[in-house]
Write a protein that binds this ligand. Structure first.
Ligand code: ATP
Ligand code: MG
Length: 717
């Protein structure tokens, strides 16, 4: 038998060698689902002789796609790894090949958050909106939600409606939400931009409109495989169903206990009802866990067992005994961070590299304290979320230069025309804008037409145009890395950073150059500048890689599918994890699955920690119910919460769960009751919000009423 099947158990082998038809693998965390998927790809190529370009392998993140590509490359020795990507970047490939069929140019722009913000800036200015009406990040969320749920047919306007008609719709919009939404669609269309949410929609639309193109892709993709199938949403599901319509070879793997994206539309039923949707499905279970020590696994299983709605799965450890799961209660967040730093230091002294240690958390904001302590203790670290690598100013600027060369679009133009300074400031930009508006030309073309004007004497406009023109004329025949180097040099951008002495920014540019180089070597023939730019727009910081020896900090969502030798899960307090935003029982079960994902990332060591403190409403901060879910015998406490606090926490949690389970259960206080709050003093309850378990209280000493969770210490007056 082939080597490809070595290192796989019988169930995995079955998954790998069942190449035809519909196959579903349902199995727990760390049971080798992703490994089976990678080996299956290699098996198809090496044993069955399938061409890699006829296989689509869908991963959840770009980072996992890159890892998958590497694994497969190792197994097959072949550089050509076909379509190993996320649904979104696969759609970029489809659209770059065929979007002309729906009258959208092939070289459409893939928009990232910074681009969207730039467009919002234009809309806000035109329509006199301010951040008080809506912050950019709220506006982006609003646009996303409208696209997903409220106006799901928006793409017909975007694609089919003439620009003028879309503009009219925008000008006629009255509400803030409509102004922003239609303003954005109009801006998008103006530069032929597509954002993350459009990609799948427009691809589906393309397949719906053009049967020949649909058939071409269906025939091309002889085998389709999807990882992390438990988090697939409706659009992705539709796309996948269309794609496998010809060869009918579809292989999916997932773990129902790891569904963590229902808030974005993921639906576990696609996995559970897969056999009904695709008759003849073969279902394979994997029952052994290869990732974690029995101690870690026992704690994780004990936690997830508290969910009511779940399918019982057996997950047996295969690894020998390790060390107990450690748990720590601290008095303050600073003390908690210091404990983590101390444990990291101890591990490092034992020879564990920093990069083998990862700190996970539910929400970004908790990193601040940890960062402060790490800086002080000189523990090197890198954050995998927060400011994204590709959104940093210097990276965005550089990419905008590259976009200028490929597309000469207004967004990129505005970003870099005066960066470094070319004396093309606001006044001259205003002139260009007005002139462009009249002719309908782009800002760049307008500038070219006015180079000899008095207005541009004394600026470096000509130099700028010459440099863009010369690169635009020959970039297509040159390696991207070369184009990038020349761009940084001729634009004067790198020199500007050197003069400013910003080493960190120069380091980031070096990292970008490295990423371009890697892209060129892994994508081979196909690597074009347009292709690269589209890919990059879909990347997030998680994908930047980085091999330096640093402790990694990331959210649990980001850690999905990954594994780390040592995991520190911090800020395990009720109100943080589970998040205080959870108001329903299904929501709470999703939080618990998220905690389960966190715990099951650990291979050798797991550290759980939490800190006392106060919530914003002045109530006491308790240890997370997820810690209380785990049998204390499975945890080794360095410092245990005081017994009185545990008792209070249990009371609070059981009361809260009662309301989550039964919305009609009544809260102990009613409207009209007089109370005294531990921090805010006396007040009157104005209203009771049952579903959120919140009292609206008018405190005697405050002008406006406040929402207070019922867990706050309230005594009757
Ligand atoms: P998750 O649900 O978290 O995505 P998974 O089921 O995809 O987990 P993998 O990441 O494929 O699990 O595997 C977990 C670990 O176990 C990896 O380090 C993998 O190399 C190892 N592994 C998987 N199968 C085997 C096997 N048959 N023998 C030895 N090690 C294995
Ligand atoms: Mg996996």
């Amino acid at each position: 038998m082939s080597d490809l099947l070595d290192g796989l158990n019988p169930a995995q082998r079955e998954a790998v060698t069942t190449t035809e038809g519909y196959v579903r693998v349902i199995a727990g965390a760390g049971s080798g689902k992703t490994r089976a998927l990678a080996h299956r790809f290699a098996y198809l190529v090496c044993e069955a002789g399938i061409l890699p370009e006829n296989i689509l392998c869908v991963t959840f993140t770009n980072k996992s796609a890159a890892e998958m590509r590497q694994r497969i490359h190792k197994l097959t020795g072949d550089n050509d790894t076909g379509y190993i990507c996320t649904f979104h970047s696969f759609c970029v490939s489809v659209l770059q090949e065929d979007s002309h069929a729906v009258q959208y140019p092939k070289n459409f722009l893939v928009l990232d958050n910074a681009d969207i913000d730039a467009m919002l800036g234009i809309i806000y200015e035109e329509r006199g909106l301010t951040l008080r009406h809506m912050t950019y990040s709220k506006a982006r969320d609003m646009i996303e939600m409208r696209k997903l749920f409220q106006n799901p047919d928006y793409y017909r306007d975007l694609i089919a409606m003439p620009l003028g008609a879309l503009e009219d719709k925008y000008r006629a919009a009255q509400t803030v939400s409509d102004i922003i939404f239609y303003g954005y669609l109009y801006q998008q269309k103006k530069c032929f931009g597509l954002d993350y949410n459009d990609l799948i929609k427009v691809t589906l639309y393309l397949f719906e409109r053009d049967a020949d193109i649909r058939l071409k892709w269906q025939q091309r993709l002889e085998y389709i495989m999807v990882d992390e199938f438990q988090d697939i949403d409706k659009l992705q599901y539709e796309l996948m169903t269309v794609l496998c319509g010809y060869h009918k070879n579809l292989f999916v793997v997932g773990d129902p206990d790891q569904t963590i994206y229902t808030w974005r539309g993921a639906d576990i039923r696609y996995l559970l009802d897969f056999d009904r949707a695709f008759p003849g499905t073969r279902t394979i279970m994997l029952l052994q866990n290869y990732r974690s020590t029995p101690q870690i696994l026992a704690a994780a299983n004990d936690l997830i067992d508290k969910n009511h709605n779940r399918m019982d799965k057996i997950l047996e450890p295969t690894r020998p005994d390790g060390v107990p799961v450690r748990c720590h209660h601290a008095r303050t967040a600073e003390a908690e961070a210091a404990w983590i730093a101390g444990e990291i230091d101890a591990l490092h002294k034992q020879g564990v590299p920093y990069r083998a240690m990862t700190v996970l958390y539910r929400a970004h904001y908790v990193t601040r304290t940890i960062e402060t302590v790490f800086l002080h203790e000189e523990i090197p670290y890198t954050i995998y979320s927060g400011t994204q690598f590709f959104c940093r100013a210097e990276i965005k600027d550089t990419l905008s230069y590259l976009r200028m060369i490929a597309y000469r679009d207004d967004l990129s133009f505005l970003r870099i025309v005066n960066q470094p300074r070319r004396n093309i400031g606001e006044r001259r930009i205003k002139f260009l804008r007005e002139a462009a508006q009249q002719t309908g030309a782009s800002l760049y073309d307008t500038l070219c037409a006015h180079l000899d004007d008095e207005l541009f004497k004394g600026t470096k406009a000509r130099q700028f145009v010459q440099f863009i023109q010369s690169l635009a004329s020959d970039y297509a025949d040159r390696p991207i890395s070369e184009v990038l180097a020349e761009t940084l040099d001729r634009s004067g951008y790198e020199k500007m950073l050197r003069t400013e002495g910003s080493q960190e920014r120069l380091d980031n540019l070096a990292e970008l150059k490295q990423s371009v180089y890697e892209y060129e070597t892994t994508c081979g023939e196909e690597s074009t500048l347009e292709h690269y730019l589209a890919r990059v727009a879909l990347l997030t910081n998680t994908d930047a890689g980085g091999t330096r020896d640093q402790v990694r900090l990331m959210t649990v969502h980001t850690a999905k599918g990954l594994e780390f030798p040592y995991v520190f899960l911090c800020a395990m307090n009720d109100g943080i994890f589970p998040s205080k935003k959870v108001h329903t029982w299904p929501g709470m079960e999703e939080e618990r699955r998220l905690a389960f994902v966190a715990l099951t990332r650990a291979q050798d060591g797991l550290y759980l920690s939490e800190a006392e403190g106060r919530n914003f409403d002045g109530s006491c901060r308790y240890p997370s119910r997820f810690l209380l879910d785990i049998d204390p015998d499975l945890l080794q406490y360095t410092e245990q919460p005081p017994e009185a606090m545990l008792a209070e926490a249990r009371d609070y949690i059981s009361l809260r769960e009662k309301y989550l389970l039964d919305e009609n259960a009544e809260l102990p206080l009613a409207a009209g009751d007089r109370i005294v709050h531990g921090v805010f003093g006396p007040g009157t309850i104005e209203a009771v919000d049952q579903t959120r378990a919140v009292y609206r209280i008018q405190f005697d000493d405050m002008k406006t009423p406040r929402d207070i969770t019922f867990r706050a210490k309230l005594e009757r007056e």
